[in-house]
Design a protein around this ligand. Structure first.
Ligand code: HDE
Length: 682
């Protein structure tokens, strides 16, 4: 590799962006032509009470720019949140791929990640029941590699040609314009029932994965099978996984719906604040690798995007870690203008014939042309590779590069044939020479026709609370479907996955319960259940309900202990400001019962105080009630214990009470680390 292609590890993108940053502080205001502006509040008028004059170039320029500020939102994944970071390799992938950023353990490359929901518009709430996009741009010294994945490892359809149908079905219905950011409506379920390849994905969508607690605690998946190709030209099939170091955690439906009203920006605020606090979100990158010789060794087709490779059969090898450590400076310039494409690959990473992936390879550039207004979007700062790029593409809207010289064609003699293609040894991308033969057909492969086995495996691998969640999710979603026939069709479809599930849902939504069905596929994959994920108290937010006259010494000790355990206690009271303990200790309330709704916290610590009036007790009681119903950890000391007693939650799982800080703290932290306590009677 030539020296000009060597980049400065994890920092190179930040250095590149610095050249484009503009800081307006301590500057005079100018027009876009650099002319200093003397007046920005009053347009130029013919007389104090007269009409505005055309001649006012500053007014015209300012207004015209404003009129053109918006660009079309993404047709899917419109609501997104982006952040910068770096990827560090733990383990060389040299035996499998020649990709440069996967060679040297310890090497780093900059990344930019955009998380998103799929169905909702740009301004929709953060926690609808939906898939989450998880798109990562690796700025490598061989060009950008985009891993444009989701938080679920399978997809609804097997062929790209059906994507417009799927999206038309899930988006707001065209005759009413609603519902926004919701799959709970007739057209979506009509699509599902009539496109049964969606069965496996439907189960993921009805599971807790579809309402993650935040963006830092969800997995990411490349979904498709890609190819690694090594220096010798040998290929392996590969699937990519992102595993959050904090584990995979979700909300419950009632909580998610309330968060969407109380704080529609909940997950973006959460990740923004975590990065600002230095609690950098981290994911480990895992790969599942299958030798090409083993292509036909499985009871599913490795190219089928509605199938997973069970981790117990093909282990996920952890090869590196991504850390998100910098928020964007400007959401439009970076998060909105970033353009991902699953076809952005580097030497050593190649495609397979997964027909969904093949369809995507067309769509992404096409969509940027309309969204970003022309073919030069690769020149936008966020999209530029950190290595140099040269070719004979020229002109077009918004062109920024000033290409010097006469030639913009290949081959030429005037420029000694430059820019010239690179040989494979020089780092040129050479497509993997897969042998392909067959008739031109428009058909589903026989090997893609089993839609229910893995859907059953997913369901059978769930814990009881997850199964309950799935039943309730189906009942809610189908309960919102007006057409009874569609409800019946979906229930009949579900009977191919699990008979008792279909019967329970049928009863809840008033359709005929299937009499027979079920699935003989009995395999279980424990890795699918969130019960088996990592559980830590780190970074969880604890509402501390406090009133005047609290036991100062004990509360201070406990709060310090909670901080030492890397949790975030937030004092909630009836009003903001200082509260005085019985011994004169002062503690500041930073949230009120109004701004600090229980759904915004992960756990509750009730202290109260000696002067609680009835209004305080009622508000605190509401917090206990909500936290309890959402299975969240609850702790109480001192006067707070009475509040738990009157709420009838004492002695329930995940409810910790003790007046001695040394005893209370460890048990409460353990309860917090467990996240949710499902074995409660709610
Ligand atoms: Fe996308 N998808 N998609 N998709 N997708 C887009 O590209 C498309 C699919 C995914 O944060 C669009 O730039 C087709 C699977 C993410 O900017 C569009 C098909 C997976 C994002 C598009 C799929 C994804 C997109 C809209 C079926 C997971 C957001 C705006 C063949 C592996 C990226 C844009 C961001 C965005 C098309 C299926 C992930 C229209 C045709 C499967 C994370 O090009």
């Amino acid at each position: 590799m030539s020296d000009e292609h060597k980049v400065n590890g994890g920092k190179s993108k930040d250095e590149q962006l610095e050249k484009f940053r503009s800081d307006e502080r301590d500057k005079h205001m100018t027009t876009n032509q650099g002319l200093k502006v003397s007046e920005d509040e009053f347009s130029l008028k013919a007389g104090e009470r007269g009409p505005t004059l055309m001649e006012d170039f500053h007014f015209r320029e300012k207004m015209t720019h404003f009129d053109h500020e918006r660009i079309p939102e993404r047709v899917v994944h419109a609501r997104g949140y982006g952040a910068h970071g770096e990827f560090e390799l733990y383990k060389s992938m040299k035996p499998y791929t020649k990709a440069n950023f996967l060679q040297e353990p310890g090497s780093k490359v900059p990344v930019f990640v955009r998380f998103s929901t799929v169905a909702g518009s740009k301004g929709s709430p953060d926690i609808p029941r939906d898939v989450r996009g998880f798109a990562t741009k690796f700025y490598t010294d061989e060009g950008n590699f985009d891993l444009v994945g989701n938080n679920m490892p399978v997809f609804f359809i097997q062929d790209g040609i059906k994507f417009p149908d799927l999206i038309h079905a899930v988006k707001p219905e065209p005759d009413t314009g609603y519902p926004q950011a919701a799959s709970a409506h007739d057209t979506f379920w009509d699509f599902i029932a009539n496109n049964q390849e969606s069965a496996h994905m439907m189960m993921w969508l009805m599971s807790p994965r579809a309402i993650p607690r935040n963006l830092r605690m969800m997995e990411g998946f490349g979904v498709h099978t890609f190819r690694f190709v090594n220096e010798e030209g040998k290929a392996h099939f590969v699937k990519f996984h992102w595993k959050p170091t904090l584990g995979v955690h979700s909300t419950v439906w009632d909580e998610a719906q309330k968060i969407n009203g109380k704080d529609p920006d909940f997950t973006r605020r959460d990740i923004h604040e975590s990065i600002e606090n230095g609690d950098y979100p981290e994911w480990e990158l895992g790969v599942q690798i299958v030798p090409e010789e083993d292509e036909f060794k499985f009871d599913f087709d490795v190219l089928d995007p509605t199938k997973i490779w069970p981790e117990e059969d093909v282990p996920v090898e952890i090869i590196g870690k991504m850390t998100l450590n910098r928020n964007v400076d400007n959401v439009f310039a970076e998060t909105e203008q970033v353009a991902f494409h699953p076809g952005h690959v580097v030497p050593g990473i190649d495609f397979t014939n997964d027909p969904l992936l093949q369809g995507r390879l067309f769509s992404y550039t096409d969509t940027q042309l309309i969204r970003l207004g022309g073919p030069n979007f690769h020149e936008l700062p966020i999209n530029r590779p950190v290595c140099p790029f040269h070719n004979n593409q020229r002109d077009g809207y918004g062109r920024q590069t000033i290409n010097v010289g006469k030639t913009s064609y290949h081959k030429n003699s005037l420029a000694k044939n430059h820019p010239r293609p690179a040989s494979e040894e020089e780092g040129g991308y050479v497509h993997y020479q897969e042998k392909v033969e067959g008739r031109k057909v428009q058909a589903r492969s026989e090997s893609f026709k089993d839609h229910f086995s893995q859907a059953a495996m997913f369901y059978n691998s769930m814990s009881d609370p997850e199964k309950k969640h799935i039943e309730e999710a189906f009942s809610f979603e189908l309960g919102m479907v007006e057409d009874k026939d569609i409800r019946q069709q979906v229930v009949d479809m579900v009977s191919n996955i699990d008979l008792s599930l279909s019967q329970a849902v049928a009863e809840n939504i008033g359709v005929d319960a299937p009499a027979e069905g079920g699935n003989d596929y009995k395999k279980i994959s424990p890795a699918l259940s969130q019960e088996n994920t990592t559980h830590k108290a780190d970074t969880l937010k604890i509402a501390v309900v406090l009133d005047e006259g609290f036991d100062g010494d004990a509360v201070k000790k406990t709060l310090e202990g909670l901080k030492d355990n890397h949790t975030y206690p937030v004092i909630v009271s009836k009003s903001l400001g200082r509260l005085k303990g019985a011994d004169g200790t002062e503690i500041e309330a930073t949230a009120t019962f109004d701004t600090g709704d229980p759904v915004l916290f992960d756990a509750l610590y009730v202290v109260g105080g000696s002067e609680m009036d009835n209004a305080f007790k009622r508000q605190a009681g509401y917090m206990v009630h909500e936290m309890f119903n959402h299975y969240k950890p609850i702790g109480a000391t001192g006067t707070g214990r009475k509040l738990l007693e009157s709420a009838n939650v004492s002695g329930e799982p995940g409810v910790v009470q003790d007046d001695i800080p040394e005893n209370f703290l460890p048990s409460f932290v353990d309860a917090v680390a467990a996240h949710r306590h499902w074995d409660r009677q709610v």
